[in-house]
Design a protein around this ligand. Structure first.
Ligand SMILES: Cc1cc2nc3c(=O)[nH]c(=O)nc-3n(C[C@H](O)[C@H](O)[C@H](O)COP(=O)(O)OP(=O)(O)OC[C@H]3O[C@@H](n4cnc5c(N)ncnc54)[C@H](O)[C@@H]3O)c2cc1C
Length: 246
C-alpha cells in the first residue's frame, strides 16, 4: 500500500491528516527537526500473535485485513500485542530542552550524539562566525533555536561567555563546557527505537495542546513518516479513541 496512492487510506481521516500537515507547516520555519524512519518491524508478528490469542491462524493476511485486526485490538484495549511492533527513528536537530523531555519516555531506547566528542568543534565553528563582526541570525539558526530577538541576543551572550571561558581555561574539556551550554542549542542525531504501544502513549501526550510546541512539531513528524497502516492506526487511536485536546 503506497502513501502516494491514498491520502484517505482505510479510514476517512482526511481532515485530520490535513490538519496535521497544516500544523507542521506552521512550525516549519521555527524548528529544523527532521525525522527519518530507519526500520519498522513486527506488524505481521503482532497480527499473528492476535491470532494466537483468538485461537485463529492470522498468517498471510492482506494489509487491509491486518489493519482491521490491529484496529480491533485498539478498540478492545488489548494494547500489549502492539508491543511486537517496533519502530526506529533517526531524529536530527532537536534542542536540548526537547531531548530531555523526549528521554522521559522510558519505554524506548535512545542513542544520542555525544557532546563530549562534538562540543568544542561546534563552539569553535561558532567563534569563527563571531569573528565576522555582526552575527547574522540566519547563520546561527543552524546552532540554536531563537523564538524571539531577546532569546537570540541572550544566547549569543552565553556563547560569547563560553568562548571567553575557553580562552581563560584552554584545558577545560567538553565535559566542563557542556555545563555552560544553553538549552536551546540543537542536538543532532538521536536514534530512538520505540514499540508501537509506547509510541501511541507518546503521541497522545505530546500532540496535545498542553505539550511543548517543539515536541508537538516532532510528534507530527513521527506520525508522518510511519507506513500508512501505522499512521492511520495512530490517528485513529489519538483522535477517535483518546480524542485529545488538539
Ligand atoms: C503536558 C506535559 C507536562 C508535563 N509536565 C511535567 C512536569 O512538570 N514534571 C515532570 O517531572 N514531568 C512532566 N511531564 C512528563 C510526564 O510526567 C512523563 O514523564 C512523560 O510524559 C512520559 O510519559 P510516560 O511515563 O507515560 O511514558 P513512559 O515512561 O514511556 O512510560 C509509558 C507507560 O509505561 C508505564 N510505566 C512506565 N514506567 C512505569 C513505572 N515505573 N511504574 C508504573 N508504570 C510505568 C505507564 O503506564 C506509562 O504511561 C509532562 C508531560 C506532559 C505531556
Amino acid at each position: 500500500m503506497s502513501k502516494n496512492n491514498s491520502t484517505v487510506g482505510y479510514l476517512d481521516f482526511t481532515q485530520l491528516i490535513l490538519e496535521l500537515i497544516k500544523k507542521s507547516e506552521k512550525y516549519k520555519d521555527m524548528f529544523k527537526a527532521t525525522v527519518e524512519l530507519q526500520q519498522v518491524a513486527g506488524i505481521e508478528t503482532a497480527v499473528i500473535g492476535m491470532g494466537y490469542s483468538h485461537g485463529k491462524d492470522y498468517r498471510n493476511l492482506s494489509e487491509e485485513e491486518q489493519f482491521n485486526k490491529l484496529k480491533r485490538l485498539i478498540d478492545l484495549g488489548h494494547m500489549s500485542v502492539l508491543e511486537h511492533i517496533t519502530i526506529s527513528y533517526s531524529i536530527h536537530n532537536i534542542t536540548r530542552t526537547l531531548l530531555q523531555e523526549l528521554a522521559r519516555h522510558r519505554i524506548a531506547s535512545y542513542t544520542v550524539q555525544s557532546t563530549r566528542f562534538t562540543l568544542k568543534k561546534v563552539v569553535t565553528e561558532f567563534s569563527d562566525i563571531m569573528k565576522c563582526g555582526k552575527i547574522d541570525p540566519k547563520q546561527v539558526k543552524k546552532y540554536f533555536y531563537c523564538p524571539n530577538e531577546a532569546v537570540y541576543n541572550q544566547t549569543v551572550d552565553i556563547i560569547r561567555n563560553m568562548l571567553d571561558f575557553l580562552k581563560k581555561n584552554p584545558k577545560a574539556g567538553n565535559d566542563s563546557l557542556k555545563y555552560l551550554l544553553p538549552e536551546n542549542f540543537y542536538v543532532s542525531n538521536v536514534m530512538m527505537t520505540i514499540n508501537f504501544r509506547s509510541l501511541l502513549n507518546l503521541l497522545e501526550l505530546r500532540l496535545s495542546k498542553n505539550a511543548l510546541f517543539e515536541f508537538r512539531n516532532l510528534a507530527i513528524k513521527l506520525i508522518a513518516v510511519l507506513p500508512l497502516i501505522l499512521e492511520e492506526l495512530a490517528i485513529y487511536y489519538i483522535f477517535e479513541i483518546k480524542r485529545i485536546n488538539w
